[in-house]
Design a protein around this ligand. Structure first.
Ligand code: NAD
Ligand code: WQD
Length: 340
């Protein structure tokens, strides 16, 4: 049988690289496009080490229409998984134009080319950020999309709208996957999250504090309306997330989708507070974490976790890796990149 060829944009990035591994292990041919604006070429070697297959790699900016077009001219693609985007919420507030430009032009160029070159299957990286603070928990896919709290969040909302409008008038079929909080790393410790500069996200900040790169973890707020006063999130292991992408692609390729645009939450369905994350990390790593409570971080949501019912039922997918394993894998990764 001829192997299906999957274009993974942002495939050297954190979630993209783990998805490339899962796709290759399921027998797909993978072509990566990434401009390395937030990742490294070495990731290709690491992927090859894990799977024994070197993914094809093209380095260019998807905002460049000519380059994107000539890529599609040269390569026969069956489906696209579009990860490439800027993702730092705080930076997007400081540089909104950069975020709208990068996240929207890359999407528009890809969709234009998908239509012209008859690529019908498109999986999009969305985010639970589109829900804001939901009125009901766990939050289902039917919950209203609330006014975005950042330009980054707004790019995800606009992107979802662009896709949902496009599928009405073209032969494109799409699935948007709304991730909750991806954490952890591949069991090989060969790929993982590589935050550039000071991490914004909780888990990389925890592991960097534990290893001594950061002096102290600031816990943003301890008087929220939650059992221990700290914010609650739905943390999901990146490999569970990656596996859901393979299922989404297979669903589109085999025309099992129920409509031309489907949306699924990707979370575990369990909420954990910041203090629970710290305690669990201390337990699995054996390291006592230096932390203090500080002011709330502006724009933070008090609590959010996913309803996973729809993804469980329709995709036949369920997150399998528990919190201890997630945090242990993040810790092993931190030690691996520091060669400890
Ligand atoms: P990442 O930064 O590690 O990966 C994104 C990759 O895209 C990087 O390798 C970067 O170099 C590349 N890229 C960015 N703009 C590009 C462009 N114009 N052309 C070519 N390549 C480009 O991020 P990630 O955590 O792997 O996130 C992947 C996707 O998932 C993003 O769309 C992000 O918004 C979304 N998402 C991430 C999270 C999270 O917490 N990590 C949560 C929800 C949604
Ligand atoms: C988690 C919790 C913080 C750092 C962000 C984006 C969201 C999505 C996922 C892409 C919060 C607390 C954090 C620290 C802390 N990304 N915290 N000290 O804010 O849920 O979501 O990443 O789509 O759009 O906004 O994740 O990891 O930053 O924070 O106390 O140094 O940890 O207040 O409660 P968040 P996070």
């Amino acid at each position: 049988m001829i192997k299906k060829s999957i274009l993974v944009t942002g495939g050297t990035g954190y979630i993209g690289s783990h998805t490339v591994v899962e796709l290759q292990q399921k027998g797909f041919d993978v072509v990566i496009v990434d401009n390395l604006s937030n990742s490294y070429r070495e990731v290709i070697n690491a992927i090859e080490k894990i799977t024994n297959i070197r993914p094809e790699f093209y380095e260019f900016d998807l905002c460049d229409f000519e380059k994107t077009h000539s890529f599609f001219k040269k390569n026969k693609i069956d489906a696209i998984i579009h990860f490439a985007a800027f993702k730092a919420v705080g930076e997007s507030v400081e540089k909104p134009f950069m975020y709208y430009h990068n996240n929207l032009f890359s999407l528009i160029n890809l969709i234009k080319c998908a239509n012209e070159f008859n690529v019908k299957n498109f999986v999009f990286s969305s985010s639970c950020t589109v829900y804001g603070q939901p009125d009901e928990l766990p939050v289902t896919e039917k919950a209203p999309v609330k006014k975005a709290l950042s330009p980054y969040g707004n790019t995800k909302q606009i992107s979802e709208e662009i896709i949902s409008e496009t599928v009405k008038t073209t032969s494109l079929k799409s699935i948007s996957l709304r991730y909750f909080n991806p954490i952890g790393a591949h069991e090989s410790s060969l790929i993982g999250e590589l935050p550039i500069g000071i991490p914004n996200n909780l888990v990389p900040f925890i592991t960097q504090t534990a290893i001594g790169k950061r002096e102290i973890l600031n816990v943003f707020g301890n008087e929220y309306n939650t059992p221990d006063g700290t914010c609650i999130r739905d943390y999901i292991h990146v490999v569970d997330l990656a596996k859901a992408h393979v299922i989404a692609v297979e669903r589109l390729l085999s025309n099992k989708n129920k409509s031309n645009y489907e949306i699924f939450n990707l979370g575990t369905g369990d909420g954990h507070s910041v203090l629970e994350i710290i305690k669990t990390f201390e337990k699995v790593s054996g390291v006592k974490l230096n932390f203090k409570f500080v002011e709330r971080r502006p724009g933070d949501i008090e609590k959010v976790w996913a309803s996973t019912e729809y993804a469980n039922k329709e995709l036949g997918w369920k997150a399998e890796i528990n919190l201890e394993e997630m945090l242990l894998s993040a810790w092993k990764w931190e030690k691996a990149i520091n060669k400890i």
